[in-house]
Design a protein around this ligand. Sequence first.
Ligand SMILES: [Cu+2]
Length: 176
Amino acid sequence: MNTKLLASIAVFALLTGVIGTSLMQSAYAADYGMSGNAADKKAADAKKLADKKAADAKKLADKKAADAKKDSGTGKATGKAASSDAVTVEMAKGTATNTECGGKCFVPNNVQVKVGGTVTWKNVDTAAHTATDSNGAFDSGMVMAKGSFKQKFDTAGTYNYMCIVHPWMQGTVTVS
Ligand SMILES: [Cu+2]
């Protein structure tokens, strides 16, 4: 799908609507006998507002298009790519103390692999971490700083895991 085209259509649709509204407002002012100056000022104000709205909409559309492009370009990094045979997940720096690391404790936080594929967790932090499945499907044990742990996934499904030492570190492996 061409996101840039979609964004342009969205901006065009918005512009058309805004201009239509300001035209109607001008017509209304004329009908009710407003002085020329007042009507002109109102029209100018409406145009200014319309221009600003259009600029804002374009900015938003551009950002969305850029985001979409980023996602498709770095699918592996964001875990949004199609399933692959081997994926690497980093146990990120500072996660032992940063309880707010949220979706960036394991990076990427959600990964997909094919049945029979592997996930390798690399500890790039200075503290020890684990990758431990919530249902006991796998457990890395302590992965020391600069260490790693590789797990093969032979059964399709969604595996939620966490770090036993720092339970705010959570991630998902989807096998399909
Ligand atoms: Cu940890």
